[in-house]
Design a binder for this molecule. Structure first.
Ligand code: GDP
Length: 196
């Protein structure tokens, strides 16, 4: 398994328009601006596979990236953007919950959270839904370069403790696209999900 092989496949307006539910996929979710696009680019070692967002919350498309052998990375729309109408937020939450629940090829969920603002409402909800679905989670605490190493480690421990209350099978890892903190561990965990 090599995430560097990722190529763009398609953008889907909703979960019904995703590729056939076979093989293995790993999905990436997070609040707008959490650093999801940057993390995807770092993990796949590509400059602009995922678009880093200039207007947070604007893109509501699901992006699919193929890594070969019927394996896919799924870039879910960022959530939590204040200006999105409540109606749209509810719709998205419902379809996200449905995706986690029904998608058979989904074998792991990466939840990206800014290490300085982890576990906001929707983050915790999402982690709990994943637990209810028996779906393993990797919580990536992004922009880890923003904290000095002592504070960073303390934050990881704190968030790990909180996450373990929400999910039985969750890993929590500091991550930085800027200086590649946590890249090898994150890559390893994700690649393990891609093995049958
Ligand atoms: P997305 O909306 O979740 O896809 O987030 P982006 O990847 O577009 O990143 C949002 C903002 O955070 C951008 O200004 C990025 O430059 C910045 N950012 C992303 N990752 C990092 C990181 O690891 N370190 C730092 N310092 N900034 C980051």
């Amino acid at each position: 398994i090599n995430l560097h092989k990722a190529t763009f496949t398609l953008s889907a307006p909703d979960i019904r328009r995703l590729p056939e539910d076979s093989g293995i996929e790993v999905a990436f979710a997070g609040r707008s601006n959490a650093g999801k696009s940057s993390a995807l680019n770092t993990l796949t070692n590509q400059k602009s596979l995922a678009r880093t967002s200039k207007t947070p919350g604007r893109t509501q498309l699901i992006n699919v990236f193929d890594i070969g052998d019927n394996r896919r990375l799924i870039d879910l729309p960022g959530y939590g953007f204040a200006k999105v109408p409540l109606e749209m937020k509810k719709k998205w939450q419902k379809s996200l919950a449905e995706y986690l629940e029904k998608r058979l090829s989904l074998k792991g969920l990466v939840v990206l959270m800014d290490i300085r603002h982890p576990l906001k409402d929707l983050d915790s909800d999402l982690i709990e839904w994943a637990n209810d679905c028996g779906l393993p989670v990797l919580a990536l605490l992004t922009k880890a370069d923003k904290l000095k190493s002592g504070k960073r480690s303390a934050e990881v421990l704190k968030v790990r403790k909180e996450c373990q209350k929400l999910h039985e099978n969750i890993k929590v890892q500091a991550f930085s696209s800027l200086n590649r903190i946590g890249l090898d561990s994150a890559n390893q965990i994700i690649c393990d999900w891609f093995v049958y």
